[in-house]
Design a protein around this ligand. Structure first.
Ligand code: CP
Length: 318
């Protein structure tokens, strides 16, 4: 079946979701990102791969990390960057998403980076734009956050290079997490042999096992001997009723503390996509501790986003 993310010759056309992308594309993005890591160390932190191109960031939902690292990434590729502030745009006067996009196309945009609280928004825009424009999904509803999934596997590969010999636990609100879905698809496509999800039943999608993961409701059992612990934020804004007794009770059962972390391998790394709820899903001593790679995730996100944009624009390494 035709994948709308790919050109007829198999090259990447849009990045909308990790699901359905072949392993060679994921490896190409990760290997290309490797070449961009060093750009940040240069006196002039720029390469000319997107010179003359215009990247439009349109975020219909709040963001700290994703929006800013896309902006930095595009600027390091020498693109012109336009950040549409949706809260002060004519969306508030009733303009549709596609009319907003049409206006940006009329300004000769070359690439759209889109975040929206509705699943499928980036797909809708990708179907609408002319052939020479690429769309990157920067998070849509509960569905997908592909560059977060890619930067997470890039970070794991940096600290644990043998992906074929890893046990990884994803802990928390999997049900509402587009990050978890993208991570699971990336990890299983890249051949990680054991991906666990640890959560109460109320915070797991039905049939989650079909994604190729092992399910644990007991956090202590699920953390036993893992190499990587990926914590997820409780997405209260996406919950439609009381799914948990209280944040305090949740922290007692599913919060990552030093004591629980000791059940993982001694050299296990701790990850979190942000934003973190300290004292709800993670204790500050763990978030800021020696095993935490939460801030390196953010740094590597720039190289990964540079790689995605460079590949979509026709390829090239630093
Ligand atoms: N991880 C992530 O998507 O963070 P932001 O919401 O701050 O972009």
């Amino acid at each position: 079946m035709h994948n709308p993310q790919l050109h007829a010759d198999g090259r990447l056309k849009h990045l909308l979701s990790i699901e359905g992308l072949p392993k060679r594309i994921l490896n190409d993005i990760l290997d290309t990102a490797e070449s961009f890591v060093g750009v940040a160390e240069r006196e002039v932190k720029k390469v000319p791969l997107l010179r003359g191109k215009t990247v439009c960031n349109i975020f219909f939902e709040n963001s700290t990390r994703t929006r800013t690292t896309f902006e930095i990434a595009a600027k390091r590729l020498s693109a012109d960057v336009l950040n549409l502030n949706v809260s002060t745009s004519s969306q508030s006067k009733g303009e549709t998403i596609l009319d907003t996009v049409n206006n940006l196309i009329a300004m000769h945009a070359d690439m759209f980076v889109v975040r929206h609280n509705q699943s499928g928004a980036a797909h809708l825009i990708a179907q609408h734009v002319p052939d020479h424009i690429s769309v990157i999904n920067a998070g849509d509803g509960r569905h997908a956050h592909p560059t977060q999934g890619l930067l997470d596997v890039f970070t794991i590969r940096k600290y644990k290079p043998d992906m074929h010999n890893l046990r990884i636990a994803i802990v928390g609100d999997v049900l509402h997490s587009r990050v978890a879905r993208s991570e699971i698809h990336a990890l299983t496509t890249l051949g990680v042999p054991e991906v666990r999800v640890i959560a109460p039943k109320t915070l797991l999608p039905s049939n989650v096992e079909k994604l190729g993961v092992q399910v644990f409701h007991d956090m202590r059992a699920g953390l036993k001997d893992v190499d990587v612990v990926m914590m997820l934020r409780l997405q209260n804004e996406r919950m439609t009723g009381a799914m948990l007794p209280s944040p305090q009770e949740y922290f007692k059962t599913y919060g990552l503390t030093q004591e629980k972390l000791r059940l993982a391998k001694p050299d296990a790394i701790v990850m979190h996509p942000g934003p973190m709820n300290r004292g709800v899903e993670i204790d500050s001593s763990v978030a800021d501790g020696l095993q935490s790679v939460i801030l390196p995730q953010v740094t590597y996100g720039i190289a990964v986003r540079m790689a995605v944009m460079a590949i979509l624009a026709g390829g090239g390494q630093a």
